[in-house]
Design a protein around this ligand. Sequence first.
Ligand code: AMP
Length: 178
Amino acid sequence: MKRICVFAGSSAGNDPAFTERTKELGKVFADNQIELVYGGAKSGLMGVMADAILEKGGRVTGIMPSHLFQKEIAHPDVTEMIEVETMHERKAKMSELADGYIALPGGFGTFEELFETVSWAQIGLHEKPLALFNIAGYYTPLMDMIDHAIQAGFVAENNRQLILESYDPEELVKMMKL
Ligand code: AMP
C-alpha cells in the first residue's frame, strides 16, 4: 500500500468548500487504497480527511507527539496511532513513511510543514512530490508570493516546479506518481 502524508489545518476554515473538497480527497484515497499519514488530530480539516477515509474502510496512521496526545485532540478511531516524543521526531516519522505530500488549506502549522518539505527538496534531501490542494483558491496568494520571490531573485525559477498545485482531488493523487 502507498502512503501520502497530508498537512492540513487543525481548523476547518470558514468556507464550507474546504470541508466538502477535503471529503472528496479522502474518498479518492480510499478508492485507490492509499493510506493517509497525518498529524493524528480529530479537529479541523485533519479530522475531516481522516474520517472520510475511515468511513470508506481506508487506512489512516496518525503520528502525534506525547505532549499533544490528549483525549480531546487525538483522533480515537485511526487505524494506527504512533506516539513520538517531539514535533521534530514526528516530522521525521511522517517523512520516513510517506511516498509524497499533499498540503490542504491550513495555518502556520501547515505552512511550516509544507515549506520544510519544499526547502528540503530544493537541497536534494528527498525527491518526493509535494502538491497543494488549492481549494477555493486558498493557495493562490501563496503561489503569487512564490512568483514574487522568483522575480526578486530569492527562489530559483526551476524550483517553482517543486510545489505542484491542483483543485482536483483525482489530479492531485495522480501528481503523486505512486
Ligand atoms: P495549523 O495549520 O496551524 O492548524 O496546523 C496544522 C498542522 O500542524 C497539521 O498538519 C499538523 O501536522 C500540525 N498540528 C497542529 N496542531 C496539531 C494538533 N493539535 N495535533 C496534531 N497535529 C497538529
